[in-house]
Design a protein around this ligand. Structure first.
Ligand code: SF4
Length: 358
């Protein structure tokens, strides 16, 4: 019954792109078929990325206070979410934060700012930070994510040493206006195109769980394929209280895994990054998801905390992967290949006066 996913992987490996029906089939696989879907996607992942995981680190240069109205975003206009709000980090602070991510095992630093888009002065500010960061860490890969770009800004960032530019399309064109009204889908595509045309590696992805249909998820993935996005962050909605999508819990761990598998099968040789919402939505399936995706963020997200950075690295090691760009099985050779703990002695339940762990 599930041989069809293996056949699909064979076809994709032979160079046949998936159709909408194929992608929907993956998204709608039953729980019985879930491992077959993962196995099929894992073959493509192994072919293009071997046993490596790319580790990215977010530095939120400017947080909150955004004039745009993206319904999913805790930084949006009118957001009541209790998040950190601050204007531009000082360059030293930005470099210090980025360096912490690099010490923790990341190889790509994503420098992000809230807002509709940068002024030319903002671009100069970020250009200066990137120059200084690259002087200290010549091998670091830098992705900027500053919003909608105006003519010439992508070129300026490229000249300053920026390697990639992130601007997510977030959702299907047919769903865009239901989740944001202050800019258009075309605006977003225009920025991805500007970045690509300037020679920056385009990074564009989506957020699942915004009330989109299966067809719209496929539409978004196929649009990213068309746009030539080199890296595709797949976010899972974190429904912050105080935003219009507060209380929207449409995702299950299995659903998230199918979405990642669909992304892998639709874009087999692209970096598929498990982005925001990984811990909250994949939960105990994070390890399986690494057999499909080949990239994660280390540590915290823009306005929410992730799991401990060491737990991220352990997740990678425990599943038999290595950090891309690291020398050995561990990002930090000083860290053991497996974390060892003395077993915690039971002091509750039977034989004690304390309640059982049940
Ligand atoms: S996603 Fe970006 S543009 Fe939209 S509200 Fe959030 S910070 Fe602003």
């Amino acid at each position: 019954m599930t041989r069809r996913f293996d056949d699909l992987a064979d076809a994709v490996l032979a160079g046949t792109p998936v159709t909408t029906d194929d992608a929907l089939d993956v998204l709608r696989a039953t729980d019985d078929e879930l491992l077959a879907v993962v196995a099929a996607a894992a073959r493509l992942r192994r072919k293009h990325f071997g046993n490596t995981v790319k580790v990215n680190y977010l530095v939120n240069l400017k947080s909150g206070l955004c004039p745009e109205d993206c319904h999913y975003c805790s930084q949006r206009l009118g957001s009541q979410a209790d998040i950190l709000k601050y204007t531009w980090l000082k360059p030293d602070e930005a470099i210090e934060q980025a360096s912490a991510g690099l010490r923790g095992g990341a190889t790509r630093i994503c420098m992000v700012s809230s807002g509709r888009g940068p002024t030319d002065r903002d671009v100069e500010r970020v250009a200066g930070m990137v120059g200084a960061l690259k002087q200290e860490h010549p091998d670091v890969e830098v992705c900027a994510c500053l919003g909608l770009l105006k003519d010439g800004q992508a070129e300026r960032l490229r000249d300053a040493g920026v390697d990639a530019y992130n601007h997510n399309i977030n959702t299907a064109e047919s769903h865009h206006d239901d989740i944001v009204t202050s800019h258009t889908y075309a605006d977003r595509v225009d920025t991805v195109t500007k970045a690509k045309d300037a020679g920056l590696s385009p990074c564009s992805g989506l957020i699942a769980g915004l009330g989109e249909t299966d067809e719209q998820l496929v539409e978004a993935l196929f649009a990213l394929r068309e746009l030539g996005s080199d890296s595709i962050p797949v976010n899972f909605l974190m429904p912050f209280d105080g935003t219009p999508l507060e209380g929207t819990w449409d995702l299950t761990p299995g659903r998230c895994l199918r979405i990642l598998a669909m992304a892998r099968i639709a874009c087999p040789d692209k970096e598929i990054r498990i982005a925001g919402g990984r811990e909250m939505h994949l939960r105990s399936l994070q390890g399986l998801a690494l057999h499909v995706a080949n990239s994660i963020f280390l540590g915290d997200y823009l306005t929410s905390e992730g799991q401990a950075a060491e737990a991220d690295l352990e997740l990678i090691r425990d599943n038999g992967f290595v950090v891309l760009g690291a020398d050995g099985p561990s990002a930090d050779p000083a860290r053991p290949a497996a974390t060892t703990h003395d077993p915690a002695k039971r002091r509750r339940g039977a034989g004690t006066d304390l309640p059982a762990n049940a």
